[in-house]
Design a protein around this ligand. Structure first.
Ligand code: PRX
Length: 649
């Protein structure tokens, strides 16, 4: 691992030695029930719990006996106070249209939409599927479902027909809420057309409610299809009583990819999840009443569920929400929005940062970013180079970075710096320490604890309130995947699927999925490790490394590299990069090939699709590429790899 200590940077002097964080954490681990009971008091409960935690057969039930409603906590309790006229969302559409939504107007629309759903027979326990872009009607729909006690399952709007059909039918959703379309890089994506096709495979769906966004003309089926704006006008009730639900009532099921082809559906509870997301947002971002919070993610993923919708609203914050692409119509869009809206806390993915880095520092330099106080990242390990860029160029060396490690399954942040408790010295590329109540460890393949400095599997040793209750309709897989990995371990260990190492100061370094590892002549190499090295080269904007089957060594690393704008791909640069990797990691890591490409194949959420590159490199079928952002990127990698193969075999 590269030396990533920040000691050379001036902010270091401002950090105190770690003290308070350690105390809070120790207390949370020694007295978990007392600790989590205290945290739950930030919510409004119709009835408080009898027991904080029941832990049985690897299922956690939090706040047993407690009764609450998530929509009430996100809305009603605010509109009773001065926050009634506080802004909940500052929304911007990709074409530049703007909406400012107060808590009062959100409350009004959620109530009306709850009435619409109720009239369609939706009630406690009825599943609703949401297939919606980043428009305000999405949080409205989520909160309306929660108000009725109706669990929802949201399908990211970048997914296609099969994924939507699979998720909607697995949950037996009776209603789908969608939009006619969405704007993406100036083009309309026809969502309703996809729903129309998917729904033929979902016999339980009775109605489809469509928000008019792009007005491009869609097919509506008589009797089944309803326009959102017409339904809202005709809503029979202006106020719908929130359904009091048990703390462990399902709030949502959010499907995520696993190690098998079939997605798994973490099932999330109401009371524990809401408590946990609120606490973690306060700890990791020190959120305050006057903040302008921008979680630049898609609500279709867990990041948006937790930190665009539920936690910020339950805490009464003002959030920015944006419909489109970060570099549209030009690479200054994101930075301009930060200035225009006065964003104080900005949270996004390393991929988005890498994308914007590619265009050069002159773009952020055009905007005044002085409002920023804390920056954050999520979703993948952040390369130290990118971290430093974020810290220097965006944060101007005055904004700490919260690198938050967590998963769909965990509900909220797990390992992250916690400036809301105490600022600790940061290290570029380390998520730092566990948050209160979280007890992670690094173990070997038998579940035996590893010493500091040794890379192993990240596991979590205690239940926490945001954790999944089970996998929806698949408890066996829940047990097998998360809990049965280490049958001989002394205690229950929650398997995360990630590699990690704890350094000699206790900092956690997340090293990527353990399923993305290469075995080169028997040696383990993290694809991320190699990518870090490549990105540390001044010519490289982005890199992706996969293993290619090799008759002698088993696997050899093959790299796809996107160069920074203005840098020419040449054979000598190619050789220079090979030597760079060789010299930083060692001969074993020397890439067998480096392919220069202009774009990486990415999902529409911006993650590089290594699996696709790997299939091309291995000369195999591509499999499912429905989530691909730009099919021409795949063609480019194919052409490049094939040309290489023709030359070198
Ligand atoms: O590999 C870890 C990576 O993302 C995985 C979880 O993905 P998902 O369920 O889609 O949730 C993403 C948003 C929470 C993890 O197993 N990951 C997430 N955050 C980080 C990370 N890897 C390194 N550093 C992070 N901060």
């Amino acid at each position: 691992m590269a030396d990533s200590s920040l000691s050379a940077l001036p902010i270091d002097e401002r950090f105190k030695p770690i003290q308070k964080l350690k105390e809070v954490w120790k207390n949370s681990i020694e007295n978990p029930e007392e600790f989590w009971a205290d945290q739950a008091k930030q919510l409004d409960w119709y009835k408080t719990w009898d027991n904080v935690l029941e832990w049985k057969d690897r299922h956690a039930r939090w706040y047993i006996g407690g009764v609450l409603n998530a929509s009430y906590n996100c809305l009603d309790r605010h509109v009773k106070t001065w926050r009634r006229n506080k802004v909940a969302y500052i929304w911007e559409g990709e074409p530049g249209d703007k909406r400012v939504i107060t808590y009062a107007s959100l409350y009004r629309d959620v109530n009306r939409f709850a009435s619409v759903l109720k009239d369609l027979g939706v009630g406690k326990g009825t599943f609703v599927a949401l297939y919606m872009p980043m428009i305000p009607e999405l949080p409205i729909a989520m909160l309306a479902c929660a108000r009725l006690g109706a669990p929802f399952t949201q399908v990211y709007s970048g997914f296609s027909i099969g994924a939507l059909a699979e998720r909607a039918s697995h949950t037996e959703a009776e209603v789908i809420v969608t939009a006619d379309g969405v704007w993406r890089r100036g083009k309309v994506i026809d969502l309703k057309g996809i729903v129309n096709k998917a729904v033929t495979q979902c016999p339980k769906v009775r109605n489809i409610i469509t928000v008019e966004r792009t007005k491009h003309g869609v097919e509506m089926a008589e009797g089944r299809d309803i326009w959102y704006h017409e339904a809202m006008k005709a809503a029979t009730e202006r106020y719908v009583e929130p359904e009091p639900v048990e703390a462990d009532h399902i709030l949502y099921v959010l499907y995520t990819s696993g190690t098998t082809a079939k997605p798994k559906g973490p099932q999330v509870c109401t009371g524990g999840y809401l408590t946990y997301t609120c606490s973690t947002l306060k700890w990791a971002f020190d959120v305050k009443e006057e903040d302008v919070w921008w979680c630049f993610a898609d609500i279709g993923w867990v990041t948006g569920h937790s930190y665009i919708v539920f936690a910020p609203l339950a805490l009464g914050l003002t959030s920015v929400m944006y419909e489109g692409a970060p570099e549209y119509p030009d690479p200054g869009r994101t930075w301009r929005m930060i200035e225009e809206k006065g964003v104080t806390k900005f949270y996004t993915s390393p991929t988005l940062l890498r994308l914007l880095i590619k265009y050069g520092d002159e773009w952020p330099a055009k905007s005044n970013l002085d409002s920023l106080e804390i920056l954050g990242t999520v979703g993948e390990p952040i390369n130290p180079e990118v971290w430093r860029w974020y810290y220097k160029v965006i944060g101007k060396e005055r904004c700490p970075i919260s690198d938050t490690w967590w998963q769909t399954e965990t509900g909220g942040f797990m390992i992250s710096s916690a400036p809301g408790i105490e600022l600790v010295p940061l290290k570029a590329g380390s998520a730092t320490f566990p948050l209160p109540g979280i007890d992670p460890a690094v173990v070997d393949e038998h579940g035996v604890l590893l010493p500091e400095g040794e890379k192993g599997y990240l596991v979590i040793r205690k239940p926490w309130p945001g954790m999944l209750m089970t996998l929806y309709k698949d408890d066996e897989r829940y047990q097998d995947y998360y809990w049965n990995r280490y049958p001989n371990a002394k205690e229950d260990l929650f398997y995360t699927g990630d590699y990690a190492v704890q350094d000699n100061e206790g900092y956690f370094w997340l090293l990527g999925r353990s399923d993305d590892v290469l075995k080169v002549a028997g040696h383990r190499l993290g694809t991320i490790e190699l990518e870090d090295v490549l990105v540390s080269h001044p010519a490289v904007a982005e890199a992706s490394v996969v293993g290619r089957k090799d008759e002698i060594k088993g696997e050899v690393p093959v790299c796809c590299v996107v160069l920074k704008v203005g840098i020419e791909p040449t054979p000598s640069l190619n050789e220079e990069l090979r030597l760079h990797v060789r010299s930083v990691i060692g001969p074993i890591a020397t890439p067998a090939a480096i392919h220069f490409v202009r774009n990486m194949p990415k999902t529409r959420s911006g993650k590089i699709m290594r699996r696709v590159i790997k299939s091309i490199v291995d000369g195999e079928a591509l499999g499912d590429i429905t989530t691909l952002e730009d099919p021409s990127a795949v063609e480019e990698v194919k052409r490049t790899v094939e040309a290489f193969r023709a030359l070198y075999g």
